[in-house]
Design a protein around this ligand. Structure first.
Ligand SMILES: Cc1cc2nc3c(=O)[nH]c(=O)nc-3n(C[C@H](O)[C@H](O)[C@H](O)COP(=O)(O)OP(=O)(O)OC[C@H]3O[C@@H](n4cnc5c(N)ncnc54)[C@H](O)[C@@H]3O)c2cc1C
Length: 387
């Protein structure tokens, strides 16, 4: 296969979705010669970043070790907003609720205490006063994280791609990578028509990570997640100024339900809901993304019970893919056995988008220096003794 002119780069990034666009952004800001290769046209709805909104929060129930990274992620989002002139983060606050003694709520409290994250405990009267849209069980515990909100994933990826190009990066859309190899001299990346070379490689292939990273496939479970939008009841405040993001746990139901305000100018104009828990296993190239009717019925019932939507309020549905690692924590690391040339980030397990802006920085560090000063060592692959 011929090697095209001008095809040698400092770093090639395979997959310019959430994490890949951020890696391109950080590397190009550091004057690295970067090539991002994307199989579709990013942003798109076929991988992990579709469906218009992503929650960002700091009182991290998944593990408090993520909190310092979140602080950096917030700062980096702010920087990307300033450089792009786009609003990417909307600070709505986040309402948490669940049955008394709920484990997830307890872990939120613990993370908040450990890192002094503002977290308000509310009684029923406070909830009614602030957000009368919610009808919760009388004994529900209710908390509010004022510094949480949501991000626009599609706008964020567009902004990071545009800033990368502005800083000199080359982004090739519609350019699937077939394979790659690394040796002591550098890396080669093969596409259908061209071969590119670089000193370093970053693989951020999301749900397709298994086909690009030997050893990841058997540890990665891709699941299909259902999202649904509903018309809010008439005459209640429904937009981001008067309605928060929310996350509600239920007795004996794994994970939690979560949702967003209506956004008149971004995606379907209604209240969005999803269940944060691994859904039906699938393959990322499986085009049959049929909505599971039982799952949809459960989401509809939840919206009727907790938010008073009408029986026929469903506006539309979508599916999106989670890439679940065995312990539901991310894997961000150098790939062993490749002369310190290949960095990978995968297994974001349905909670990675909020970190995108800092994961790109970690990947830029790993790629350029083989290590990062950011506290991300707990996400190294050796904890899974797999690759
Ligand atoms: C329904 C749903 C709700 C979520 N909600 C939240 C939330 O509220 N908050 C939050 O923080 N996170 C949330 N997440 C998780 C978050 O969106 C993901 O963790 C994040 O988008 C993962 O980013 P990624 O870069 O790994 O994958 P992607 O964004 O999918 O990027 C991978 C890219 O690689 C490309 N690619 C793959 N293989 C190749 C190849 N061979 N050649 C070229 N390109 C290739 C793909 O086309 C894709 O563009 C949610 C996820 C889903 C599905």
């Amino acid at each position: 296969m011929p090697t095209s002119d001008n095809s040698h780069f400092n770093t090639i990034v395979i997959g310019v979705g959430s994490m890949g666009s951020a890696a391109c952004f950080h590397l190009s800001q550091r004057n690295q010669k970067v090539l991002g290769l994307e199989q579709f046209t990013s942003p798109h709805e076929k991988g992990a970043h579709g469906a218009h909104t992503r929650i960002i929060r700091k009182a991290y129930f998944e593990h408090p070790d993520y909190v310092p990274l979140l602080e950096k992620a917030y700062a980096n989002w702010h920087l990307i907003e300033q450089l792009s002139g786009e609003q990417l983060y909307v600070p709505t606050g986040l309402l948490y609720a669940g049955p008394p003694g709920n484990d997830l709520l307890q872990r939120i409290r613990e993370a908040a205490q450990l890192y002094q994250i503002p977290l308000e405990e509310w009684d029923g009267a406070q909830l009614k006063q602030r957000f009368p849209q919610f009808t919760l069980p009388a004994n529900a515990e209710v908390m509010f994280e004022p510094e949480a909100g949501f991000l626009y994933p599609d706008k964020a990826i567009e902004a990071m791609i545009a800033l990368s190009i502005r800083a000199g990066a080359t982004i090739r859309q519609q350019c699937p990578v077939l394979s790659w190899e690394a040796d002591e001299l550098g890396v080669k990346v093969f596409t259908e028509h061209e071969t590119f070379t670089a000193d370093k490689l970053i693989i951020t292939a999301g749900p397709w990570a298994g086909s690009m990273i030997a050893g990841a496939q058997q540890h990665l479970q891709i699941t299909q997640q259902t999202l649904a939008w509903y018309t809010p009841p008439a005459d209640v405040p429904q937009n981001a100024q008067q309605f928060p993001c929310w996350l509600i746990a239920e007795e004996r139901v794994p994970g939690a339900y979560y949702g967003f305000p209506a956004l008149p100018n971004h995606g379907p104009n209604g209240w969005k809901i999803a269940h944060h828990h691994a859904g039906k296993p699938t393959h990322p190239d499986d085009t049959n993304r049929t909505i599971n009717e039982n799952e949809l019925a459960t989401l509809g019932k939840f919206m009727q019970q907790y938010l008073g939507v009408a029986d026929d309020a469903l506006i539309t549905t979508k599916t999106c893919l989670y890439s679940n690692s065995p312990d539901e924590h991310f894997v961000i690391d150098l790939l062993p056995g490749n002369h310190q040339r290949v960095s990978v980030a995968w297994g974001f397990s349905g909670h990675g988008f909020k970190f995108t802006s800092v994961v790109g920085e970690i990947l830029a560090d790993l790629s350029m220096y083989g290590k990062t000063p950011l506290p991300a060592q707990f996400l190294q692959a050796d904890r899974l003794s797999m690759i």
